[in-house]
Design a protein around this ligand. Structure first.
Ligand SMILES: [Zn+2]
Ligand SMILES: [Zn+2]
Length: 390
């Protein structure tokens, strides 16, 4: 076989600034050019089974994010076309000569992948902080991705997955689930009161994980009624709806939200506030609902400057702020596997039943993929999975 179905952005066809969406087309199948020598010795060809559509893919779809990284990497490669997608479950079908001896992987193995391909040589990598590698490449953004029937990936990034323990549609979203695991591992949540501000996909995962890690109370903060209902179904004790900030002060927190959180925490505030919406007002809400000496996990992102209200309060209350990006490789993946394979915590079942709605409206086969209906799917559901094979 020499070509395959893929979802792509092509700058010779679409202008980044004026277009939206992705195009389904046939592109060449990636190959190991010399499996015995050079870089390809440590690479694999993977037949994609399922691929998750991420929040960052939404950013690409609407051209709101990652334009610089996609266009810049295409410049470097002297190419026009990028295959998008980075949340993967697939089967290894071909390996370079070093893959077996060095990584213990072989054709037939089922794998997911870490989406940040780290350099292994920069200061951060050498210090073990590989999630902030200074020279990483991101699958589906700065190299070709997994919205395709086949993908070529380095063996060092692959994560073997046992499909007798994790259903494939859930196994395909281990990477974004891992984002939430990383965010929930930034502090010790055992016995703690936790507020999760923004229950989009990662926030919903975080509700499950905070529960699974032993938080004593989980308070959601969300405006979208569909997501409010899901956050409750996944185990939030309360889901509060914040007032939106006035247009002339878009950064402003909601004093009534702070009052409600204080009521729910014996007047103390939460031990941990996790900001997962990315709005300036939401970050200030996180700073206002956290207790003195508490911790804020900053996960949601937005480009540009932000304004901090009552900055002196952050210092004088001894609040600690953690910026969280990506996953710790592979520590986060180990915890992800344990949380998903241990079915007694109900997490895997809840992802399938509530977040993936048992596949109804959330699962599409690439052969049936059609732009307009897919756009409706990604606006109606927090997580959509594309089936490529089996
Ligand atoms: Zn993602
Ligand atoms: Zn590095």
């Amino acid at each position: 076989m020499s070509d395959m179905l893929a979802l792509t952005f092509d700058r010779s066809r679409e202008d980044w600034a004026t277009s939206t969406g992705l195009v389904k087309e046939r592109v060449p199948v990636p190959t190991l050019i010399d499996p015995q020598d050079g870089q390809d010795r440590s690479q694999c060809i993977i037949k994609v089974k399922y691929a998750g559509f991420c929040g960052s893919d939404r950013g690409i779809w609407w051209r709101k994010a990652f334009g610089d990284m996609i266009l810049g990497s295409l410049d470097e490669e002297g190419r026009d076309k990028r295959v998008v997608g980075h949340e993967l479950l697939g089967e290894i079908v071909e390996v370079g000569a070093r893959v077996g001896p060095k990584y213990n992987l072989k054709p037939g193995d089922i794998v997911s992948t870490e989406s940040h391909i780290i350099c292994g040589a920069c200061y951060q990598c050498r210090m073990g902080d590989t999630h902030v590698c200074a020279r990483d490449k991101i699958i589906g953004i700065s190299m070709d991705g997994c919205f395709a029937e086949y993908i070529k990936l380095p063996a060092k990034s692959l994560w073997p997955t046992d499909l007798s323990k994790i259903r494939p549609e859930v196994a395909a979203v281990q990477e974004p689930f891992g984002n939430a695991v990383h965010a929930c591992s930034a502090t010790d949540l055992r016995g703690k009161t936790v507020a999760i501000l923004g229950t989009g996909t990662i926030g919903l995962f975080a509700v499950l994980i905070a529960r699974g890690m032993g938080a004593s109370k989980v308070i959601g903060v969300e405006v979208n009624p569909h997501h409010v209902a899901m956050a409750k179904a996944l185990g939030c004790d309360e889901v509060l709806t914040p007032a939106l900030p006035p247009p002339d002060r878009p950064w402003a927190s909601d004093p009534a939200l702070r009052e409600r959180v204080l009521e729910l925490t014996d007047g103390v505030g939460v031990d941990v506030a996790m900001e997962m919406a990315g709005f300036n007002s939401s970050f200030n809400n996180a700073l206002k609902v956290v207790r003195r000496g508490g911790q804020v996990v900053a996960f949601g992102v937005k480009n540009g400057d932000a304004q901090i209200e009552d900055f002196h309060r952050v210092v004088m209350n001894g609040v600690r702020i953690h910026g969280i990006v990506g996953r710790q490789i592979f520590r986060t993946w180990e915890i992800t596997r344990n949380l998903l394979e241990n079915t007694s915590n109900g997490i895997q079942e809840a992802i399938w039943r509530v977040i993936l709605n048992e596949g109804r409206g959330t699962l599409v086969d690439i052969r049936d993929w059609e732009r307009a209906s897919f756009e409706r799917m990604i606006s109606d559901h927090p997580k959509v999975v594309i089936r490529f094979a089996g």
